[in-house]
Design a protein around this ligand. Structure first.
Ligand code: SAH
Length: 471
């Protein structure tokens, strides 16, 4: 071990920072966060430091570095752009047995400042002993993405109740189990939900009950359109912590691959011959069954769960069965497909609004306001539309939308197989047929769809042909 890791209590202790530039200012900021008594020494100060001095938050030595500046200091940081000054600071510190850090100069430093992930009171510090700072930074990003910001509050809450936890769970094994429950269970999720009072109530109730509770919970997670990089950090964390994942057919395998290795993965797509309501009842029953067995359930849906995803019905069912839940938004197909096709859904010149619509063109189910949909200067994004394209374009045109309005069909949006096909509204069905468009596909109608021709940047782009291409 080349460097010994330690966490220093700098509260009220003098720390000297030599240098008055941007780099020094950053170090000063960090030291102030640790409540150090910061003294800056430099001939000139950047405005940020001058302001801190005016507010009395730092003291200042004006001028060239003097070894006497070190007299009261416990630590020193040299952050000037002059190596000879930095070396002089380092040498003077060494002579006085004061630890010094020269920014970006491991050779002149007797201590290093690690990369940190701050979830105070919990702090993770990473060092590569100064030899691979890029690697340390990468590692920090990883760890940063793993833990929700509420982890700090959780640690603080646990610290507050430590004596009582010790008293109520005197046996070490029991106590460990309690802490696992604290980290994984309802208290952690209530803190993520910004309900600290309720979190504390649940913690106390658990401590008072002789029988540990084993209620599970459900996280309704939007998996996005397919590209796993479009998951949110929260979705990734939920997948990392899941015991069971109930997923739809639309969820891409690349997303599922990111889940905890030993999580049970259960496909809950529509079965052959089953109607939608039967599928939905089956899903409701599974959600409740697994949550009541004390598992952490992730309900994973394509795109966003609240956009044509029946997420609302699932929450109503959970609420009726008193099962705790959280919701993590996902990137819905319209947003993702538009972005990956180079189609700005709104545009100052072409569209002032955008409507997300699901296309049911069957006479008996058609409750859409076609006159409203046919209005100009708006973008329509149709979900689940591939089957009824002829009826759809005919209705829009008969209600007044121009036959020349551009459309774009985006098949497998954001996935490696993505294909974008554009054309004019009156040729929609013919083009879809001759290009053999398959689900999942999203249909965008409006002037902005025409911009895909210049702005497309991902996957394949095809100019719509009515007739079969070179059959
Ligand atoms: N909850 C989902 C939508 C479910 S409805 C969301 O927010 O995206 C299913 C429809 O969404 C599909 O028929 C298709 O129109 C669209 N869709 C979903 N993923 C898609 C993708 N990767 N590419 C194109 N269309 C997609």
């Amino acid at each position: 071990m080349k460097l010994f890791p330690l966490f220093a209590d700098l509260q009220g202790r003098r720390v000297l920072v030599v240098g008055g530039g941007e780099v020094a200012a950053r170090k000063v900021q960090l030291l102030l966060e640790a409540s150090a008594d910061v003294q800056v020494g430099a001939p000139e100060l950047v405005p940020e430091l001058a302001e801190l001095a005016d507010q009395g938050r730092i003291r200042v030595f004006k001028g060239e570095f003097q070894p006497e500046w070190l007299d009261e200091a416990w630590l020193v940081v040299a952050a000037t752009d002059d190596r000879s000054v930095n070396a002089a600071v380092s040498e003077a510190a060494e002579a006085r047995r004061i630890f010094s850090n020269v920014v970006d100069d491991a050779e002149l430093s007797s201590f290093q400042v690690p990369s940190i992930v701050d979830r105070s009171p919990l702090i993770v510090a990473i060092s590569s002993s100064g030899v691979a700072p890029v690697l340390a930074r990468r590692l920090r990003e990883r760890i940063e993405s793993l833990f929700d910001h509420s982890l700090g509050s959780l640690a603080a809450l646990a610290a507050l109740h430590r004596p009582r936890i010790r008293e109520r769970r005197p046996d070490l094994k029991q106590r460990r189990r309690f802490y696992d429950w604290l980290l994984d269970g309802p208290v952690a999720s209530l803190l993520r939900q910004q309900q600290p009072a309720e979190a504390e109530r649940v913690l106390n109730a658990e401590l008072d009950s002789p029988q540990p509770a084993s209620q599970g919970s459900v996280v309704l997670v939007g998996a996005g359109p397919g590209d796993p990089s479009l998951l949110t950090l929260k979705a990734l964390r939920a997948l990392n912590e899941a015991d069971v994942i109930l997923y739809d057919r639309l969820v891409s395998p690349a997303v599922l691959a990111l889940a905890r290795r030993d999580a049970d993965r259960i496909s809950v797509g529509k079965l052959l011959g089953e109607d939608h309501n039967a599928t939905q009842s089956r899903i409701h029953a599974l959600l409740v069954e697994h949550a009541q067995a004390g598992r952490r359930v992730v309900r994973l849906k394509g795109g966003d769960a609240f956009i044509f995803g029946r997420g609302g019905e699932e929450l109503e069912y959970l609420r009726a069965h008193d099962i705790r839940y959280e919701v993590v938004p996902g990137i819905t197909a319209a947003l993702a497909c538009a972005a990956y096709a180079g189609i700005p859904l709104t545009h100052r010149d072409h569209a002032q609004s955008v409507r997300l619509v699901t296309a049911h063109c069957r006479e008996d189910e058609d409750t859409l306001d076609w006159a409203g949909l046919a209005r100009e200067h708006q973008t329509l994004a149709f979900y689940m539309g591939v089957g009824q394209l002829g009826t759809l374009s005919a209705r829009l045109i008969s209600h007044g939308r121009s036959a020349a309005t551009p459309f774009a069909l985006i098949e497998n949006g954001s996935r490696p197989e993505q294909r974008v096909i554009t054309g004019r509204l009156d040729e929609l069905a013919a083009v879809a047929r001759s290009h053999n468009v398959r689900a999942p596909a999203l249909l965008v109608i409006g002037e902005v769809a025409g911009l895909a021709r210049q702005l497309h940047w991902f996957g394949r782009y095809e100019e719509g042909q009515r007739e079969a291409l070179a059959a």
